[in-house]
Design a protein around this ligand. Sequence first.
Ligand SMILES: Nc1ncnc2c1ncn2[C@@H]1O[C@H](COP(=O)(O)OP(=O)(O)OP(=O)(O)O)[C@@H](O)[C@H]1O
Length: 308
Amino acid sequence: MIEIDGLSKRWPGADRASVDGISLTVPEGTSCALIGPSGSGKTTLLRMVNRLVEPSAGTIRIGGEDARAMDATRLRRRIGYVIQDVGLFPHWDVAANIATVPSLLGWDHARIKARVEEVLTLVGLDPGRFAARRPHELSGGERQRVGVARALAGDPPVLLMDEPFGAVDPVQRGRLQEEVLRLLQQLRKTVLLVTHDVAEAVRLGDAVALLRDGRLVQHAAAAEILARPADAFAAEFLGADRMLLRLALFPLSALPRHAAPAPGPALPDGATLRDALARMLETGTTSAGLPGSGSVTLADLLAFAGRG
Ligand SMILES: Nc1ncnc2c1ncn2[C@@H]1O[C@H](COP(=O)(O)OP(=O)(O)OP(=O)(O)O)[C@@H](O)[C@H]1O
């Protein structure tokens, strides 16, 4: 669990605080995505959690312990950190990069080797093919995966991610988001994530925190913030397509199932309400076929969306 209370940062010489009295809790095993315009204080807030930036005021507790009272090195070993340009050591191979924290923790050689293979496999990279490569021998997407593997290597309970998929092309990005989401749910990590991308925030964050000028505008479950933005700024920032983004958060089982078949191919397993709407638009009909048999209808979908 991450508990942030009254946290502020005012950089020397600045005329106002970049982070201004933010209180925010990320419950154990959940994720929170920080969004907001450029300069709203997202990265500064994130970097105060692992003390790369010292707060001007306020407290941060990690697993109940005051982060400022802890030794900074010990604190950072309990917190995995993934950043956009990854920051891998260029002259070290992938295995050595991933082994950084386990080595600092004093693990023996065999345990480190086993852990490197385990986390590479977790992030979808074959250890036999990738362990001995240098960072420049990887694609951008592979480098991001190595970054995630490195952050997970010491099995920290908390993960901080700053634009983790920012440097990856849109197709890879979608796949990486999907995989990392599954992985983080499976590992029950507590995650604080910075992103510019509202779609990414609601996909990866159980909760979303919207910042403006260093202040917290709204902090709510992803489906809630999309349905009920706190004010006009929040509504504009979340975008005109926010109800479509929201539909993508719900499975087909959120709607009543009708026995009648629908025209066109059935939706695949794992499809969302947004996929159902897309299928209806594609077939020009008011129902979409469910995997197996049966269908959902546009009337039910609109009623669901309207309930918010
Ligand atoms: N090391 C620093 N020294 C002085 N001011 C800083 C420093 N780092 C950040 N700032 C200022 O703090 C404010 C918040 O910056 P921050 O990087 O946290 O915003 P952000 O929301 O992450 O922005 P972006 O989305 O563009 O990355 C900005 O006005 C920035 O200029």
